[in-house]
Design a protein around this ligand. Sequence first.
Ligand code: MN
Length: 248
Amino acid sequence: MARLFVSDLHLDAERPQATEQFLEFLSRHAAQAEALYILGDLFEAWIGDDDPEGEKARVCIALRELTSGGVPCFILHGNRDFLLSEGFCERTGSSLLPDPVVVELAGDRVLLTHGDALCVDDHAYQELRSAVRSREWQRRFLSLPVAVRAQLAERARAGSRAHTARAVPYIMDVNADAVAAAFRATQVRRIIHGHTHRPAVHELEVDGQPVQRIVLGAWYEQGSYLHYEDGRYELRELPRRRAERAAG
Ligand code: MN
């Protein structure tokens, strides 16, 4: 049976066709799988486990159906949904993994990470990252009313869009030294990550050893997942139907 990996779905009420496609992916593909791994940014924003938004609730119910059906779902924080916590895990039956994490997949040791921590050339983002990942920042943010949190999240997204538009492309990609350091520190031969929205399989060499970096794709224009079965990894695309695209 296959293990499936997705990331960067950025599900949001403004893009209902991506949510529909993910729900279809869960029932059609993930339901037959051995396990589902979500490597961050399942949601465009997550303002706390008490987020009452309806589209997110639908996704949570679908994940709960998946896990109740016997398919374990593992999830990592992305840079958009790093506030996913125990409440989300209880609602969905999924398990939150630390980022980064080394997992053993049918004998293959693999490093899973969202990928933003590897983009060390983006200094402004890395500063923001350490600020919002602090316990104190999160405690203060989560103590605000839901409506205020939603407003702040909207402002943060606008700021992030402006930053991405200004930044030179290489800054938004992983740093080669950071990648090599991650391979050395964990002694794995394979890293799977998302975040950069540049799906690809990179064959590399670290200290004379062949290693592989697999990058998952985003779900803005179409669906995308990594299929692992019988020792083979394969990036697969899920085309989005024309009518749905036009409706979006
Ligand atoms: Mn991301």
